[in-house]
Design a protein around this ligand. Structure first.
Ligand code: UGA
Length: 433
């Protein structure tokens, strides 16, 4: 078992740190944010992720998981340092890597002997190689530092399950020693026969972008087909099911609707276009996937307007505000894009989400928050179902309809049946059916 430092206690860092501790490694999670570290020491998790609080508490209690604001002492006691600091969009589609390079520059001059630095953050292709050069510039003579890339494929809302039972683990590592250490760290997964792909730095970095962009493209593809379904009277749910039965295609990520959001697909698809540009290659398919996704909230709005006419002066309710169920993350959430578009058209917007309300209150104060779906509906001119939370799957529809000023429901996630909704007296729209 290794001693591990996890630098950065954001989503990826904290989940990975807690899971590596659960594998039996001794992990210290480091962050510059003292308040966050204090929270974690009290066993409080700064964001919502099922099962994570239990995992953190259990491993902290067993003495395998610690928290600290001190980078250098953590570095000295660790064999392996995972770097999971933020790499936000600089505003021009390029990732801001300053936090990542700062960590490396801060620790490299203090390293004695051997250390392995592993990038967990999603970084542009070529970053690992640049980090290696930077380390060599800053390192003491006689020390040996390796860089490895270990991209994550965790989904928010099921991150622990994804970590413990992944489809694959990708390791970009180029020395014998770094490969051996990484394989040992992931030994419990190796024993459960998880495929472990060991490759060079660039391939590992690109696997991450290619995987996310492919999934985003799959969603945009089925979304485009859903528009064809509408024009020709076909049903996209049946179509996607039949497509998915072909094992070469697969059933996952073929749900048509209002499009993808979150902190990953939008950022990583944009980044892949830039990665192509930098070497003079035009990533046409990914660009088209982005374009199709960007028009989805607008299409949802048009559906609402077809049912309601002008929304100016009206009140529209949004059911679900997080970018997907089981998370409180509202980054790039289609619901938030819709709320902004509705306000631009002169409508007032109210909403409810089982978990994301606090985040919405802080970031989008114009959205009036309600205590449940029925308060959202009361007196509204229509509701739009934006996130397929389980509790929206069996709403008391007659009650919802009674409360609405006009019985309009736009089902942006395709969870209800048109016939049933119309039999209940709703004016109903969905995608591709
Ligand atoms: C995604 C990837 O699935 C993870 O493998 C990856 O590790 C992660 O990004 C990352 O790069 O960190 P995540 O953003 O948590 O994970 O969410 P997903 O479950 O992939 O959903 C993304 C978006 O696509 C959501 O808005 C969801 O509603 C939408 N979606 C998904 C659809 O519109 N249709 C589908 O069929 C599936």
């Amino acid at each position: 078992m290794y001693k591990v430092s996890m630098i950065g206690t954001g989503y990826v860092g904290l989940v990975t740190g807690a899971c590596l501790a659960d594998f039996g490694n001794r992990v210290v999670c480091v962050d510059v944010d003292a308040r966050r570290i204090q929270m974690l020491e009290r066993g409080e998790i700064p964001f919502f992720e099922p099962l994570l609080d239990e995992l953190v508490r259990r491993n902290a209690k067993a003495g395998r998981l610690e928290f600290s604001t001190e980078l250098l002492p953590a570095m000295r006691q660790s064999d392996v340092l995972f770097i999971a600091v933020g790499t936000p969009d600089r505003g021009d589609g390029h990732a801001d890597l300053s936090a990542l390079f700062r960590v490396v520059e801060d620790i490299a001059p203090h390293i004695d002997g051997y250390k392995l630095l592993v990038t967990k953050s999603t970084v542009p292709v070529g970053t690992g190689r640049k980090l290696l050069e930077r380390v060599h510039e800053f390192a003491r003579p006689g020390s040996v530092v390796d860089i490895a890339s270990n991209p994550e494929f965790l989904r928010e809302g099921s991150a622990i399950e994804d970590f413990m039972r992944p489809n694959r683990v990708v390791i970009g590592a180029e020395s014998e020693q770094s490969r051996a250490i990484m394989q040992e760290i992931y030994r419990p997964l190796y024993l459960s026969e998880t495929p472990i792909v060991v490759t060079n730095l660039e391939t590992a970095e690109l696997i991450k972008y290619a995987s996310n962009a492919f999934l985003a493209t799959k969603i945009s593809f089925v979304n485009e087909i859903s528009t064809l379904c509408e024009r020709y009277g076909a049903d996209v749910r049946v179509l996607a099911k039949a497509m998915g039965l072909d094992r070469r295609i697969g059933e996952k990520f073929l749900h048509a609707g209002i499009g993808y959001g979150g902190s990953c697909f939008p950022k990583d698809t944009e980044a892949l276009v830039k990665i192509g540009e930098q070497v003079g290659y035009d990533m046409r398919i990914v660009k088209a996937a982005i374009e199709v996704n960007e028009e989805r909230p607008q299409l949802a709005l048009q559906k609402l307007e077809r049912l309601l006419g002008d929304v100016n002066g009206g009140t529209i309710g949004l059911l679900g505000l997080a970018f997907k169920p089981n998370t409180d993350d509202i980054r790039e959430a289609p619901a938030i894009k819709l709320a902004r578009a509705l306000r631009e058209k002169g409508a007032s917007v109210r909403g409810y989400d089982p978990i994301a309300m606090e985040k919405v209150r802080a970031a989008e104060p114009e959205i009036v928050l309600c205590k449940d779906p029925y308060e959202v509906a009361a007196g509204a001119d229509g509701v739009m179902l934006c996130t397929e939370w389980n509790e929206f799957r069996d709403l008391n529809l007659p009650r919802l309809k009674e409360l609405l000023r006009r019985p309009v429901l736009v089902d942006c996630r395709n969870i209800y049946d048109r016939d049933r909704m119309e039999a209940l007296g709703f004016r109903y729209e969905c995608f591709g059916r």
